[in-house]
Design a protein. Structure first.
Lengths: 448, 448
């Protein structure tokens, strides 16, 4: 991907690549602590065979162990620790000034046989920063609250952002009662209670967090795509979390017929019609990319029906469509493109599309002032970063939606996420921690 | 399908639609005989439940019964009957003149749970014509040899045109030994011997038929597509049997990746690449259709791999491609289009196509003089016919390849073939028989 000039935060000036220093006397993040904790997490929550990944089930044993490790370390630094009704963990280091706190956090659960870095990197980056201040005998500008969030991976409970929504009192009774955990079928509310939480409080809508008391929420997270690796940049600053619209179970209705004996005009070819739809949506994506708009279009599953055969025109295809953008306008535009393409192809190919239910989510914009501030820190530290959208969902979307100035820092990572091959280099993690540390040292700026 | 003016053999003049008469004194085909025999075939070779089709397995009981029915009727008319080493049946009525014979024939086997008309209609049309001459006490111009061909449906033995190739001594030892019947696994040679044939003779390449002694081979057959139904024409005159090239087990190699986190330029999307290939081949078809060339392009099976998921870019698709044309030049052109599209899409989408083995067949042209002669008869009888290509393979392809002037007459038929819903009207069958009868009455014309 060739970034446009405006995407590059800091083209490092010639010969200055090595001068990555914090302002005089500012604490350095405690990277050795993070290295030690990553190893402990891998050892204690791994599936037992090296290279086969880790299991930190939401509200399960692995997640619990991870929370205990983090709590132990925060306790050693004398941080004030709290647990809310959903078992989210808050660890606070007092700041030099009064005023809304700076929060740093991410989740500690994982997908089954997942990687060690997805989620945990954000929490350990916060601990490394706190430990840096602790070891330097210095306080951050504002109260620094680390948050270890519960149940972010919707593989377990088919609901998004369970922990962060619970922190704002936004879980519903319906979800607590009827969303069941994959694997063991335990309802969310019961799983929360079993982990030491209080589902009744959540049912009442009790919030632990007050948006007005949070100056900023910062979430470091490994990049789940290949952009930073491809561009050889250690970190990225996320401009927004993409929203989406999806048709998970769409299908195209045509007619099976003899491939040799059925002329073009008599065909109702579902395979051809679906191919035309895939290409039409991709062409629209190309046009929007040329216009500089953010978008990703994916037909992840496409298959002709059970009755398909080599010498038959396909009478049916089933397919899924996933359209993502950080820009609501782009999503609306693509919804229109989809409807137009469907109508045109139905007429041309004499088929019928059944798109089924639309699901999806709203895009979440990261805070532009916060982003600018982080950009300045990145530049001062001569880190080679880029601005980029985030394609997957993260707890940051909840904070942004609640009106908290929110930002994400992506850390370069090979091989995607949600698999044991996740590969984050500790040097890249350290760059993200340094940016965080710089921010905590300076404190949030006056809002314009 | 809108036929071009040249495709229409006989635009029936206003007010003359009913004047379908043979020349004075010419015999009328014995349609009641055909009706009776269709009923007997259905009753004796049906699967036993009305509407569930018939089973006339190649070299199996159903085919044997059909041959016995036909042999019995030919014997009643005093036709000279012979059986060759492959159990093909020849029934000859002496002609008025000497010279090469006129042959009329088709096959009597069927696919499993097939229809009653595919194949049988051609043999019964010949019997109806012979019976017409017999009842009129008149002889055809030339010797008329009806041929009931064995084992045309390659569902049973995975080899094409077993019976007709055997009649010309073209079955190989390898086929006789190693082609096994679907269902019971009996080798072709053993099945032929079991039906009363002589595989050893076939192994020696002994031919029963001599192309130089056949003036014309005519095969009436139900249309397996919807063209004649759509155009409300009772019969069609086939211009050629399409050849083909095929990739039965092609696949596209991409990379699985996160649908939200992987930008366009990093994608290796097999679903998109395959869709682009389907559309490219269809666009080429459109252009050739506009140029008046014969073609049919079908991707009958397309499916993303087992690891496909809704939120993953597809790392693999498997697909089949079937390209048919009666024009060798068009097949070659499309082979070129395929190679070009593959190369362009591989470059654009960063994928790799693996097309696998190419199989296929050569197109067989029907004889243009014979076609012109049949066209004149059709016109004289005020039958509303059209010229059309034939998309499926038929024994006529073998006769054409052996240098015999060959033609096929398509009979209107609803619901395609190879299924119990085949629906040929007896009035349309009668039109085809009248054309045949007219041809037998006139005899083949001098070759130009």
């Amino acid at each position: 991907m060739t970034p446009s000039a405006q995407d590059i935060v800091t083209p490092v000036p010639e010969g200055q690549g090595a001068t990555s220093l914090l302002p005089n006397g500012a604490p350095q993040p405690d990277i050795p602590l993070a290295v030690k904790l990553f190893a402990e997490l891998e050892q204690r929550t791994g599936v037992g065979r090296p290279g086969h990944g880790i299991n930190r089930t939401s509200y399960g044993l692995g997640e619990q162990i991870a929370h205990e490790i983090v709590l132990r370390e925060a306790g050693r630094m004398g941080m004030v620790c709290e647990v809310d009704a959903a078992c989210n963990l808050y660890m606070t280091m007092k700041g030099r000034e009064n005023g809304p706190a700076v929060m740093v956090g991410s989740h500690l659960d994982s997908v089954p046989a997942g990687g060690n870095f997805d989620g945990a990197a954000g929490v350990l980056a916060g601990l490394a920063v706190a430990s840096g201040f602790f070891k330097a005998g210095r306080r951050p500008a504002r109260d620094l609250t680390l948050m270890a969030i519960r149940a972010e991976e919707s593989t377990w409970f088919g609901a998004s952002y369970v922990g962060s929504r619970a922190a704002f009192g936004k879980l519903t009774s319906d979800e607590l009662d009827h969303v069941l955990r994959a694997g063991d079928g335990i309802p969310l509310g019961k799983a929360i209670d079993a982990a030491g939480g209080d589902a009744e409080k959540l049912r009442a809508g009790t919030a632990h967090l007050d948006p007005s008391r949070i100056a900023a929420f910062l979430e470091p997270h490994i990049e789940q795509g290949p952009v930073l690796v491809g561009e050889e940049r250690p970190i990225g600053l996320v401009t927004g979390i993409r929203g989406s619209f999806r048709h998970r179970h769409a299908w195209c209705e045509g007619s099976y017929a003899h491939s040799g004996a059925t002329p073009r005009a008599y065909r109702r070819d579902a395979a051809l019609a679906t191919a035309r739809l895939v290409v039409a949506m991709d062409d629209a994506w190309k046009r929007l990319t040329a216009a500089g708009r953010d978008l990703a279009v994916t037909f992840g599953q496409v298959a002709t029906g059970r009755d398909a055969a080599f010498s038959k025109i396909a009478g049916r295809t089933d397919f899924s469509l996933d359209v993502r953008s950080e820009d609501l306008e782009v999503l609306d535009f693509m919804r229109g493109e989809l409807a137009e393409a469907v109508a045109a192809i139905e007429a041309e190919c004499n088929v019928r599309f059944h798109l089924g239910a639309e699901t999806g989510s709203q895009p979440a914009r990261m805070d532009s002032d916060l982003l600018a501030h982080l950009g300045r820190i990145v530049q001062a530290q001569s880190i080679d970063a880029r601005k980029m959208p985030c394609g997957a969902g993260h707890d940051s979307a909840v904070f942004a939606k609640m009106g908290v100035p929110t930002a994400m820092i992506f850390i370069r990572n090979r091989n995607g996420s949600h698999n044991p091959q996740e590969a984050m280099e500790i040097d890249d993690f350290a760059e993200a921690a340094r940016v965080l540390s710089g921010f905590c040292e300076e404190g949030p700026q006056e809002r314009r």
